[in-house]
Design a protein around this ligand. Structure first.
Ligand SMILES: [Zn+2]
Length: 161
């Protein structure tokens, strides 16, 4: 019953998108999918805002902005490994920055929120929003900057085994 109502409410939106971006109609299926209510219950407030509502944390506030321990960064929602500490660098942007990630676990989408196309980075397992990719990264490596919200990540330290 509730689902039908939601579908009806969303219908005008879906139709209006049809002319601009046909691909949004074929909604991608993710290996991990939960209802928004479940995500909201499971995730800390800031993680929910970033991952599920494509929000952005304020610069210089995230716990991993100035954090350089050895380990791996996983998606805060589904724990898929996304970034390695060896690829993290200080971009001085105020957000954790990486020159590359675990490509097969990332989804590269396009977002026009600011009126121009930007590459949006998402978790390819759960569809959670992570941040954006820019072309002003370190030239000696990839030239890319993956600008990621700390709240979207969970750090897993390397163990000495
Ligand atoms: Zn995820």
């Amino acid at each position: 019953m509730k689902k039908t109502l939601l579908t009806l409410l969303l219908l005008p939106f879906v139709v209006s998108c049809q002319t601009t971006n046909k691909e949004t109609l074929e909604k991608k299926k993710y290996a991990v999918e939960k209802t928004e209510a479940t995500w909201k219950k499971e995730l800390p407030e800031m993680a929910y805002f970033v991952l599920r509502q494509a929000g952005t944390e304020s610069p210089f506030t995230g716990e991993y902005d100035k954090f350089y321990e050895a380990g791996v960064y996983a998606c805060a929602a589904c724990k898929t490994k996304l970034y390695y500490s060896k690829d993290k660098y200080d971009s001085k942007s105020g957000w954790p920055s990486f020159d590359q990630g675990v490509t097969e676990n990332l989804e590269f989408d396009v977002d026009y929120k600011l009126g121009y196309a930007r590459t949006e980075l998402k978790c390819n397992t759960c569809g959670g929003h992570l941040g954006h990719m820019f072309n002003d990264g370190p030239r000696k490596t990839t030239g890319k900057r993956h600008c990621i919200n700390s709240a979207a990540l969970t750090f897993i330290p390397d163990t000495d085994e």
